[in-house]
Design a protein. Structure first.
Length: 129
């Protein structure tokens, strides 16, 4: 079935539920923001999948130095590999480092029937839209 306007904001399947371990590696994907393709990721924390733009609130660098590694070694905070900003995994709020008080841009994530989905909403659109 061709993608019509009605599918514009259709949920995008990101990965299997089992692919996201609590406090473990994340799954990267891409979104379109103001006509530009920007990296994003989803991780699991305390049983819940959370998605964010892969852009530090300090300088818009990607957080993961090693692809998919977003958590600190204890699996408690998301950590930027560039200058070490730490973020609460469930809210994206920066709780330590140079951008304390700022936050990652949060994306809508939903999990059902064994899979994790991104629910695109403006200004974060599917890159192929
Ligand atoms: S770019 Fe992330 S802490 Fe500086």
């Amino acid at each position: 079935m061709p993608d019509g306007m009605g599918d514009f904001f259709a949920p995008r399947r990101l990965c299997d539920t089992a692919a996201l371990a609590d406090g473990g590696a994340g799954v990267r994907f891409a979104v379109s923001l103001n006509g530009r393709e920007v990296g994003a990721f989803v991780v699991r924390y305390d049983g819940v999948a959370h998605g964010y733009l892969n852009q530090c609130a300090h300088v818009p660098m990607e957080l993961d130095w090693q692809e998919g590694q977003f958590f600190d070694s204890a699996g408690l905070y998301l950590m930027c590999a560039t200058h070490g900003a730490t973020y609460a995994p469930d809210t994206g709020l920066c709780v330590g480092g140079p951008c304390r008080g700022a936050a990652l841009a949060k994306l809508r994530i939903e999990e059902r029937e064994g899979a994790v989905y991104w629910l695109p909403e403006a200004p974060f659109l599917p890159p192929d839209a």
